[in-house]
Design a binder for this molecule. Structure first.
Ligand code: ASN
Length: 303
């Protein structure tokens, strides 16, 4: 893993990033996806499963939140369109201690997508093909940039390994992302997370209580987590049950529940972090080298 040593290195990273955006977008359009515009402000956003600083803003006297992920808007958008993607800016003001890990930014962009009537298996396959398409495009169009950064990038073989959460935890302890990532030479999926450690919107397997039909993708070589996603809860009764089990008051998601009562389609999807993907492709030690105007958690001098 490298640190950037001059402006020309930075240009190489940004050229790679621009290729990533174009290749991902072209791939998804070929697969029949429509790009929608991001939502930055809403009365509801992803509750996440860890603490972040409050990002509530005063919206005409009403508390609105800056988007932590567009998960609920994606589900609602599928009432209108069958396959969507969005380059979605997310604000997650993580505790400053997280800066040391080298893969957190308080403001980042995820390529967030969702597919009506899809299963987890289908979006796993889509995610693999998307990553391969992006890597092939970077190899084809950014050879000089990769060479400048000394990055020996290989296209992984499909299908990626699928590792059940329980198996990864038994092998590496918890949390295992970094330990697992260091042992991998190709990306791998972690599937079947336990319900209590994930958000309420990922679908619980009807055949296996407390096991979710969700997944993370983990990069090899110590680059850590790449994306999260899963099949979704869409039935109002099940959503209410999950809120109750997570101790989240229904009132917090009243607007979402109202729409769910009118009907949310079945769906599956995921969001892949653009800066983390850039970091992996370019072989960067620290995520702040993977974009301009990076905001490392706790850095109050950031632009
Ligand atoms: N975008 C992710 C998903 O689709 C959620 C997240 O970023 N927390 O599941």
């Amino acid at each position: 893993m490298i640190r950037l040593s001059c402006e020309q290195d930075r240009v190489a990273v940004l050229r790679i990033q621009s290729e990533v955006l174009a290749a991902a977008s072209a791939f998804l359009r070929r697969k029949g996806f429509l790009e929608i515009l991001p939502v930055l402000l809403s009365p509801m956003t992803d509750p996440l499963h860890h603490e972040t600083y409050s990002s509530v803003v005063d919206y005409y006297g009403v508390p609105y939140q800056l988007t932590k992920s567009m998960i609920f808007h994606k589900q609602i958008a599928l009432r209108t369109l069958p396959r969507i993607f969005c380059f979605s800016p997310n604000v997650r003001m993580e505790p400053a201690e997280r800066a040391a890990a080298g893969r957190y930014l308080a403001e980042f962009v995820q390529l967030d997508l969702e597919v009506r009537d899809a299963t987890r298996a289908e979006v796993l396959g889509l995610g693999e093909r998307l990553l391969v398409a992006v890597l092939e495009a970077v190899l084809e169009n950014c050879g000089e940039d990769l060479a400048r950064l000394g990055r020996d990038l290989r296209v992984p073989r499909i299908p990626f390994e699928r590792i059940p959460y329980a198996e990864a935890a038994a092998r590496h302890g918890e949390p295992f992302d970094d330990a697992l990532s260091r042992t991998l030479s190709e990306p791998a999926w972690v599937i079947d997370f336990p319900r209590p450690i994930r958000e309420f919107y990922d679908r619980e397997d009807p055949a296996r209580p407390d096991v979710l039909l969700d997944m993370d993708l983990v990069y090899p070589q110590g680059f850590g987590e790449a994306l999260s996603g899963g099949q979704r809860e869409h039935e109002p009764k099940r959503i209410r049950d999950r809120l109750r089990r997570d101790g989240i008051p229904e009132a917090r998601f009243a607007a979402y529940l109202k729409i769910a009562d009118r009907g949310l389609p079945r769906s599956a999807g995921f969001g892949i972090g653009i800066e983390r993907l850039t970091r992996f492709i370019a072989g960067l030690e620290r995520i702040e080298d993977a974009r301009l105007f990076a905001k490392v958690p706790g850095d109050t001098a950031a632009l």
